[in-house]
Design a protein around this ligand. Structure first.
Ligand SMILES: NC(=O)c1ccc[n+]([C@@H]2O[C@H](COP(=O)([O-])OP(=O)(O)OC[C@H]3O[C@@H](n4cnc5c(N)ncnc54)[C@H](O)[C@@H]3O)[C@@H](O)[C@H]2O)c1
Length: 243
């Protein structure tokens, strides 16, 4: 059966596990050839056959540029870039937040998105086609107490994506982002039932987001049918954010 992404080349950052792995697997199921970038590629479980799995620290501009050249060599062309890699950082109030940790969270969650787009956009513009999907968060819209660096970085991803989408309008390249709420992943095993219940209570649909739901939305944004939307923030919050 023909997939919606047959013949396309895709990079998914932070694709060795979690949400990134779910996205990478779904893009591959739609027919894309997928390159995974991760700072810990050994975590990849082999659950599908990527074109390449590279060790890339997305907070390092030189590593991103080298990773992009390797991806082009492996794929021939890059049609899709999903900037998914991210870290939470410590949970501590802003006035106690260690400056080192602040810099690291901004580097991994925001600088990385700029670096990835900086590497990919000239290639995509030259081909007159491209789909960039940046993974932001509901935290970037609402601001979550205790994770101010993460919230600031994700708000930055949203602002950056809006600028980039406008810069690229008319080029055949779209840039959008997604804003997921808390997602059911292995991390849940480390949380108390009380904490999980408190988080669920914030979601009008009364349940958590799942990785396949994120992957399905990203596959659609990255595909040919999503042709007239750019610079947009796609919601994945079960009704929590209605803006
Ligand atoms: N899990 C959630 O509930 C949730 C909600 C909203 C947004 N998000 C966002 O989704 C994305 C993925 O989150 P996840 O829950 O799958 O996290 P995760 O920790 O399970 O996976 C993140 C992946 O990114 C990789 N990574 C981290 N730093 C990197 C770096 N510097 N260079 C390259 N790779 C790096 C890790 O090795 C890992 O494989 C993140 O951007 C996160 O902020 C997650």
């Amino acid at each position: 059966m023909a997939g919606t992404l047959d013949g396309q080349g895709a990079i998914v950052t932070g694709g060795a596990r979690g949400i990134g792995l779910g996205i990478a697997r779904r893009l591959a199921a739609e027919g894309a050839r997928v390159v995974i970038w991760d700072r810990a590629p050994e975590a990849f479980d082999g659950s599908f056959a990527p074109a390449l799995v590279s060790r890339v620290d997305v907070a390092d501009l030189a590593a991103v540029e080298a990773g992009f050249a390797a991806a082009v060599a492996a794929l021939g062309a890059v049609d899709i870039l999903v900037n998914n890699a991210g870290i939470n950082g410590p949970v501590v109030e802003s006035w106690e937040y260690p400056p080192e940790a602040w810099r690291q969270v901004i580097a991994v969650d925001l600088d990385s998105v700029f670096y990835g787009c900086r590497a990919a956009v000239p290639h995509m513009r030259a081909r007159g086609h491209g789909r960039i999907v940046n993974v932001a968060s509901i935290a970037g819209k609402e601001g979550v107490p205790g994770i101010s660096a993460y919230s600031a970085a994700k708000a930055g991803v949203i602002g950056f994506t809006k600028s980039l989408g406008k810069e690229l309008a008319g080029s055949g390249v779209t840039a959008n982002c997604i804003a997921p709420a808390m997602t059911e992943t292995e991390l849940f095993r480390e949380m108390t039932p009380e904490h999980i219940a408190a988080m669920k209570a914030k979601i009008p649909m009364g349940r958590f987001l799942t990785v396949p739901e994120i992957a399905a939305m990203v596959a659609w944004i990255a595909g040919p049918e999503c042709s007239f939307t750019t610079g947009f923030v796609f919601d994945l919050t079960g009704g929590r954010a209605t803006y």
